[in-house]
Design a protein around this ligand. Sequence first.
Ligand code: C2E
Ligand code: CA
Ligand code: CA
Length: 281
Amino acid sequence: MTVVLIQPTRPQVPEPQARPEALDAASRADMATALAEALECGLVRAVYQPKINLRDMALTGVEALARWDSPVFGTVPPDVFIPLAEQFGLIENLTAQILEHALATCGRLRLHVPELTVAVNISPLLLHGDRLVALIDAALIKSGMPPECLVAEITESRAIDNETAARIALSELRKRGIGCAIDDFGTGHASLLSLLRMPFNELKIDRAFISRMHTDEAGAIIRATLNLAREMRLHVVAEGIETEGTETLLRDLGCTTGQGYRYGHPEQIETLLASLKSRMH
Ligand code: C2E
Ligand code: CA
Ligand code: CA
């Protein structure tokens, strides 16, 4: 059965922003305390954004993205609370909660799309020791989901400190059949070196390139990245597709998977399920 998602979802009202640069050390500590409490009460939630096969427009996967609506600070964007979680030792707990929700969600979505995968963002901080593998093993056992349904997206926004430990952790995940994606490819630290040293099997081209795809420079970088991925047998996902023109260009260049507002904003699982069901009837 092929479930096709082609209609863009309605535009969302922009969320209030808490600017990270506006926070002094005391406010960061206050916000971290509130975040710890929210995690304690299960108030950090996950929303899901579709990944689409650009050849037949079928839904192939979803990415889990964390959301936090604080009664005190309002809606805090992940670009603010994820670094906070990393700084204040909360990232492991946060990741465990998102992972658990993501695997349960994958189970529900697989009733409609049997091969669907779910991606969870993993902070490079978690690649230090063997905690990540233990965390994922425990979550898989608890959920009863197969390892192949999971993709770990590792962002390059910060350097991977202990490369040997990271390589061991990612190899363990790959051994289990879990996908490992290099996220935000081309924007962060040592992208090509990471591809050389880490056992990634998926590459996500950052929105910064996709949104400028009509320019000669970004177009050249995207073509080169797609060639690189082909040579290295990496699955490629283009992030941040918003227009039909970008979609067509990417499809013509042989990019297989796309993600972006064109196919859906990050949504609660219930909303995603309802739109899936309505398209199947
Ligand atoms: P990311 O992993 O690169 O996720 C994609 C971001 O781009 C998301 O922002 C998504 O809402 C946004 N996006 C998707 N399609 C489009 C589009 O077509 N146009 C535009 N303008 N934006 C689009 P979001 O949800 O604010 O997340 C920001 C970042 O926070 C993520 O970037 C990821 O690095 C991090 N993050 C989110 N959830 C988690 C988590 O559970 N754990 C960790 N470690 N990081 C997370
Ligand atoms: Ca990601
Ligand atoms: Ca990105």
